[in-house]
Unconditional design. Structure first.
Lengths: 759, 161
């Protein structure tokens, strides 16, 4: 393997170890590379001036910012432009975001830091956190996920822009024979006290020659565009159909491939034959568990795929069915402490000292597909020495490694182009699809081949949001508050599988998967005796990251259960939560949560539940969550008619520290609510004898315009460190709706998707 | 077979099996990649085009069906209704990933253009597309804004007479 590949793989091992909260091995080896990172500069083309790793001045006078994250609708390109524009006194449309090269400078340590098995609090922990960050910034993986994009790049980008401004100012001061303090920055030019002006372009050469200085940054606070936002530049082209996605790549001489996987998981391809004449078909590619037809158009390839005579080797095919999955989860939970892959991720006090009334409940959730609107696809051009791949990937660096292995070329010889992503949601963090597209194109050296997964294949080849089964039990003290909470969830480990997919020879099962208890783990409620346990269950079904993943399971389980406790204590849901916060031992978190709760309570009074229509019953439900370092409270109003649940309105309260671009925060939270609602009301992926059951949007329905609720979002700017935004709308909606249905009907919904017994 | 039809006001020909979906002829042969593939089964609306004035799902339309017809794709849309729709979409900042949006914009343009008395409710009822990013609230706002613009334009034109 090439040196670059070795380093990348080793890095990933470390990264995976950190994600899983395992041991960090080998950090010393790579830390020596730190010093080389800061010297990195963007290449400058003709007429361009480079201002370091992040910024350059383009020949058209616009500032170009390298964005190491992919834009999948979360608006990170626009946010990068906003931050840079704000520092440079420009309007955001004068800043052009472009894809950053794959380089250690652009690694995303935040995503991995979130996986550390401790919080960034306390002297020792802060020191450890700081050094992990330094190391991971140097050697980490360039990736987009975990609601980290803004948290990852806000500070480096502001620092880079401040340094560029300082260089321009010093050049201008010399030019006008004045001092830096007397200059003004106005829309792409520097103004001297006497009104003379010099544009950035005029100053660029002299400025870029000056040594950059470290400029102390004021803490991120509402100022100029920060906290106000600006219209996103990608919006109009997207509305006009002019934005290009990977599936829109059209290279000269391009061929198209349609792909078909073995119907049963684990089956292998034995043989494939295309009977009869097929003049425009250029060939078949036989993969391990798939076959692809390559043709001059996708229509021809897809039609030929339907005609193939296929034989599959089912020796190792899975026979798993949905009920087996839950049976395996049940068996693991019943095994208890003897279960081999049991990770106790948090204990507090002693849960055996339980006295008083015990309340138990069993919750469950199914596998879920991602259903990105743009089906999975990639275009690859393979030559003898290298490869170029156009792919909507959230992990360009892993994609580069996967493509290199599939093409049999050096990692450094693989170029990854990431156009806009037609949705990501974690699906595009996995790179198996890139490897397959490259394998297929490798059979047609020198010719670009675009492989497209049909919707059914997109679902068949998905890495699903894990199914889960949870046993929750609590005892209430004399005041009706929980004295003990035992939270046991059985669900596959995503980290185990993700590592195994990226590094087939790695030993799995060595580390805890923190995501399995996300949403159960960082509770701000005061419960003195707690045990949080994950039972890692392997059913053979491929699982992966999914918008808010663990939170989407555990927030539903926990926040519904808290409602059950409130009911048992005969307390109103909002009051009960306020009391739980009052006894919290994490005052910082409790304070933020309390402000959210207070805003919810105000809404509750100001906007009462609307009366039901003929024959319906209405109810209001609440949920309080802390996903991705943000706090989200949600109120849902439902109307139940027969067994039909209609969500009429949702009110979300969001504290993400500081909403840099409030309109985008609102958009992301609304989108997340609809995403979570599709899961709560409709989403399920089932298996029968190892084969996926659902095939398209008819058997896997999503919320539509007709049934999407009106969603109002209130932002609380607490001034805390900025938290994530892209996924935070998802977790709270399912429990809020379930609790609302309880309020309306007295029925508890403990399994997603919700099914109401007719009453 | 070769099928001739009008695409965005120009005569074109597409070659393919009679049952072959219009979607792929548009995308692979005729370069209209603004028409998106989402489900291939008529369920999502990403592939929406306008056939003789009516919103139509290109993945469910065969080449044989369109001989001699007038097809408009997002690339060929223009005029006051389309511009009002795009302006509404832009002001409401509707697109997120954006992949579903050309289908929505095309559908909204065709629905509004076909009905002088369109109301937000009447337009929204005819938008059965899917948006996985969940931009529905913004789309509701966008439709309202587009209709307001058109009404204001109509008033201005009326006043100028
Ligand atoms: S692609 Fe035609 S309706 Fe979905
Ligand atoms: S904007 Fe992403 S699917 Fe609609």
């Amino acid at each position: 393997m090439s040196r670059a590949g070795t380093i990348a793989r080793r890095t990933f091992l470390i990264a995976a170890g950190v994600v899983g909260g395992g041991m960090l091995v080998g950090a010393g080896v790579v830390a020596t590379r730190l010093h080389r990172i800061d010297g990195f500069r963007l290449d400058a083309g003709p007429g361009e001036t480079s201002f370091g790793a992040w910024l350059k001045l383009g020949s058209d006078g616009r500032v170009e910012v390298a964005v190491p994250h992919q834009d999948m609708g979360q608006g990170i390109y626009a946010l990068a432009a906003l931050l840079v524009a704000n520092e440079l006194g420009l309007s955001p449309d004068r800043v052009r975001p472009v894809q950053a090269p794959i380089h250690a400078r652009f690694a995303n340590p935040v995503m991995l830091l979130d996986g550390l098995p401790f919080e960034n609090e306390g002297v020792l922990q802060r020191a450890a956190y700081w050094s992990f960050e330094k190391i991971l910034r140097a050697v980490g993986i360039q990736a987009t996920g975990g609601s980290t994009s803004t948290r990852n790049i806000a500070e480096p980008l502001r620092a880079a822009a401040a340094a560029m401004r300082d260089m321009l100012a010093r050049a201008a001061a010399a030019h006008f024979a004045t001092t830096v303090e007397r200059l003004k920055f106005v829309d792409g030019a520097v103004l001297a006290p006497d009104g003379k002006r010099a544009t950035f372009a005029e100053l660029a050469d002299a400025a870029a020659k000056l040594p950059p200085r470290d400029i102390a940054l004021a803490p991120l606070a509402p100022d100029g565009l920060i906290g106000k936002g600006a219209p996103r530049a990608d919006v109009a082209p997207k509305a006009r159909g002019q934005a290009a996605y990977a599936i829109d790549v059209r290279e000269k001489g391009q061929l198209y491939a349609a792909i078909l996987h073995a119907p049963r998981l684990g089956a292998k391809l034995k043989s494939a034959r295309l009977p009869g004449e097929a003049p425009s078909v250029r060939g078949l590619v036989e993969g391990a568990d798939y076959v692809a037809v390559v043709a001059e158009s996708y229509a021809i390839a897809a039609a030929a795929l339907d005609r193939l005579q296929l034989a599959w080797d089912e020796t190792n095919a899975l026979a798993v069915s949905t009920k087996d999955v839950f049976a395996a989860c049940r068996a693991a939970l019943d095994r208890g402490a003897d279960y081999r892959k049991r990770w106790v991720q948090e204990t507090k006090g002693d849960v055996r000292n339980a006295a008083g009334a015990q309340i138990t409940a069993v919750y469950s959730a199914p596998f879920l597909a991602h259903m990105t609107m743009e089906p999975i696809n990639a275009t690859a051009l393979v030559t003898d020495i290298g490869a170029k791949v156009w792919a909507g990937t959230q992990s360009p660096q892993l994609a580069q490694m996967a493509a290199a292995a599939a093409a049999g070329v050096d990692t450094a010889k693989v170029e990854i182009v990431t156009p806009y992503l037609g949705g990501g949601f974690g699906r595009r963090a996995d790179v198996g699809f890139v490897a397959k597209a490259v394998e297929i194109a490798r059979k047609f050296k020198g010719v670009p081949v675009q492989t497209i997964w049909s919707r059914a294949q997109d679902m068949r080849d998905d890495v699903l949001r894990p199914a889960a089964l949870a046993d929750l039990s609590a005892t209430l003290d004399a005041n009706g508050l929980p004295a003990t909470l035992v939270y046991r969830v059985a669900t596959p480990s995503i980290v185990d599988q993700f590592v195994a997919r990226v590094m087939p020879r790695a030993v799995g099962g060595l580390m805890a998967d923190r995501t399995a208890l996300d949403g159960a783990l960082r509770s701000f409620y005061g419960v003195p005796n707690v045990s949080l346990e994950h039972f890692a269950v392997d059913t053979g079904v491929p699982v992966g990251f999914w918008r808010s993943v663990g939170f989407s399971l555990n927030c539903f389980f926990l926040e519904s259960f808290v409602d059950e406790l409130a009911a048992a204590a005969k307390a109103k849901p909002l009051d009960y939560r306020t009391r739980l916060l009052a006894v919290s031992d994490n005052s910082r978190a409790a304070k933020r949560a309390w402000r959210v709760l207070e805003t919810m309570a105000r809404f509750d009074v100001a906007e009462p539940l609307e009366a039901p229509r003929e024959g319906g019953r209405v109810g209001r439900g609440f949920a309080l969550t802390e996903p991705f370092h943000s706090f989200v409270g949600m109120t849902a109003d439902v109307e139940v008619t027969g067994s039909d649940i209609r969500v009429r309105r949702v009110h979300a309260v969001v504290d993400c520290g500081l909403a840099i671009d409030p309109q985008n925060v609102i958009a992301q939270v609304r989108g997340g609510v609809n995403f979570g609602l599709s899961a709560a009301l409709h989403g399920r992926i089932d298996f029968e004898n190892g084969a996926i059951v659902q095939q398209n949007f008819d058997s896997y329905p999503l919320v539509t315009l007709a049934d999407a609720p009106r969603i109002a979002v209130d932002i609380v700017n607490s001034g805390a460190d900025i938290g994530g935004v892209g996924e935070i709308g998802v977790p709270a909606v399912a429990p809020a709706v379930a609790n609302a249905v309880f309020a309306a009907t007295g029925q508890r919904l403990r399994a997603m998707p919700f099914q109401l017994a007719r009453t | 077979m070769t099928v001739e039809f009008n695409l965005n006001g120009r005569k074109v020909a597409a070659v393919g099996a009679p049952q072959s979906p219009l979607l792929w002829a548009l995308r692979d042969e005729l370069g209209m990649v603004g028409v998106k593939f989402g489900c291939g089964a008529g369920l999502c609306g990403a592939c929406t085009v306008i056939v003789d004035g009516a919103q139509t799902r290109a993945c469910q339309t065969s080449l044989a069906d369109i001989a001699g017809k007038n097809i408009a794709t997002i690339e060929g849309l223009s005029g006051p209704v389309f511009e009002a729709v795009v302006a509404g979409w832009t002001r409401a900042q509707a697109p997120q990933c954006g992949y579903c949006q050309p289908g929505f914009v095309t559908a909204a343009t065709s629905v509004i253009a076909a009905d002088q008395n369109a109301t937000p409710e009447s337009v929204l009822a005819q938008l059965t597309n899917i948006c996985r990013c969940g931009t529905y609230d913004a789309i509701r706002d966008a439709v309202g804004l587009a209709l307001e613009t058109l009404r204001a334009d109509a008033r201005k034109a009326g006043g100028a007479k």
